[in-house]
Design a protein around this ligand. Structure first.
Ligand code: TYD
Ligand code: MG
Length: 454
């Protein structure tokens, strides 16, 4: 690593105490592992600087809207939608995900989309050699003369190269591999990751170049991972997948320039990531109709309805007490629904082992899937299959009541399009529907009624 040219200090992240060397515990507040290396501040010259450069406030009604025309589309529809319509000039975007999920692949394909519009882009790789990256680019068809590669981890050299090349987009893969010579700590440490990100932010803003950073997260959202960066960057995109499933879901957990509700779905294939334009069809393709414990839920992520199969399996307890395993849905929510089923709907599986899974590897976070989860569990517990042409949605409250959800029309339209003929819906939604739905509605007020209807 390059020799430090400036003295670094260690700052406690809990109380702000500074030390000249790293300590495991802050001597001031006693917090463990809270000292992080930072570049020592230069001598304060604030008053003079303030007089010289008085900033100009501007009346709020005089502020022009950010120009939507300035967005740079990646031509990957699923990605552009999650971004809010493309990359905004000068924005800093963090693309996070577990190692191996496909971040580098997505990035290369996005850069290709931009390069094909005639813009020059710079891809900085600190993880792989230029040869390895070029090989991957060939595999996914992302070889284009407008894409330049730089295999480099030294931040100062990267910034100098970017200023010289003046690309339309800068991509850095990954932030954990970078190091600045201002700090002595190793690449990937909190101090390095934070300082490098702050300076790339400075670059993005001053040069108006949209900059994409790749960041690794581990299962527990490890230290020095993107977690510490979330409030610095403009948008955080999370790339997720479950186990060995080829499907990948992209969502924005933060987006200053768009909604955080949108969802992009991809499939990892031999030639890179393929967009999944109609996820419902795909998620339902492998369904074994007529099996107990399987219920199709009309979910909606952002403005987009997605039908998924929720599977439940109720089995005698293997370890004396009932265990719960949930994949794709929140485990706490499942526990709550089991309690509601037991107390309010006469379906007691509390002492049993209960497994709940969303087929296809998507993760669903909206409450409208509650009713589907409850129905799937009851269906498995009673050994009675649910009609495969019926969809279900609705939020379930603690009294077992079924509550209305948003976007009911959209969910129903998607279900009708895929050949479903009956929908079990919250009574409040059924009352307020515009127009006549293309499928038979069964309005329910209580979980009980839904189970009867099924
Ligand atoms: P990668 O983009 O390297 O993931 P990340 O940058 O998030 O670590 O891709 C990871 C996996 O994707 C890799 O194990 C192989 C697989 N893959 C394909 O299946 N097809 C492809 O065309 C490519 C490029 C990768
Ligand atoms: Mg990678």
């Amino acid at each position: 690593m390059a020799k430090a040219t400036r003295r670094a200090i260690y700052v406690c992240q809990a109380c702000g105490h500074t030390e000249s060397r790293w300590l495991g515990r802050c001597p001031q507040c006693g917090e463990w592992n809270a000292l992080v290396e930072e570049a020592a501040p230069t001598a304060p010259r604030a008053p003079a600087a303030e007089r010289r450069a008085a900033a100009q406030p501007i009346a709020i009604d005089q502020v022009a809207d950010a120009d939507p025309e300035r967005r740079l589309a990646t031509r990957i529809g699923e990605l552009d939608r999650v971004l809010g319509g493309g990359l905004v000039a000068g924005s800093l975007v963090l693309l996070g995900g577990e190692p191996g999920i496909g971040k580098s692949t997505l990035l290369l394909q996005a850069l290709r989309g931009i390069a094909e519009q005639g813009a020059r882009v710079l891809y900085v790789t600190g993880e792989e050699s230029a040869a390895q990256t070029a090989m991957r680019a060939r595999r996914v068809g992302a070889v284009h003369p407008n894409i330049s590669l730089l295999a480099e981890t030294h931040l100062e050299r990267i910034l100098a190269a970017a200023r010289a090349a003046a690309p339309a987009v800068l991509a850095v893969d990954s932030i954990q591999t970078l190091h600045t010579e201002l700090l002595e700590s190793i690449p990937g440490s909190v101090g390095q990751v934070r300082d490098c990100t702050a300076r790339l932010l400075g670059y993005a803003k001053s040069e108006h170049v949209p900059t994409i950073l790749v960041g690794h997260v581990t299962k527990d959202g490890a230290i020095a991972g993107p977690k510490t960066l979330e409030h610095v960057v403009d948008a955080v995109l999370q790339f997720e997948g479950e186990g060995a499933s080829p499907y990948r879901v992209l969502r924005a957990s933060k987006n200053r320039f768009g909604s955080t509700q949108e969802l992009g779905v991809f499939e990892m294939a031999a030639g890179g990531l393929a967009e999944v334009v109609n996820p419902s069809e795909l998620f339902l393709a492998e369904r074994t109709a007529g099996a107990p414990g399987s219920v199709v839920v009309a979910s909606a992520e952002g403005t987009r309805p997605i039908l998924v199969e929720v599977q439940a399996l109720v089995a005698p307890p293997s370890a004396g007490v009932g265990r719960r395993t949930a994949a794709g849905v929140d485990g706490n929510r499942v526990s709550l629904l089991l309690a509601v089923l037991a107390q309010r709907a006469g379906c007691d599986v509390i002492s049993q082992d209960v497994f709940v899974n969303v087929a296809g590897g998507v993760r669903l976070a909206e409450p409208a899937i509650d009713l589907g989860v409850a129905c799937a569990v009851a269906s498995s517990a009673r050994g009675r299959a649910v009609d495969p042409r019926t969809v279900v949605f609705g939020e379930v409250g603690l009294a077992g009541e079924v509550r209305a959800v948003h976007l009911a029309e959209l969910r129903l339209a998607e279900a009708a399009k895929l050949g479903f003929t009956r929908a079990i819906v919250p009574a409040h939604n059924a009352k307020r529907l515009d127009g006549t739905p293309a499928l038979e509605l069964v309005p329910v007020r209580h979980v009980d009624q839904a189970l009867d209807a099924l």
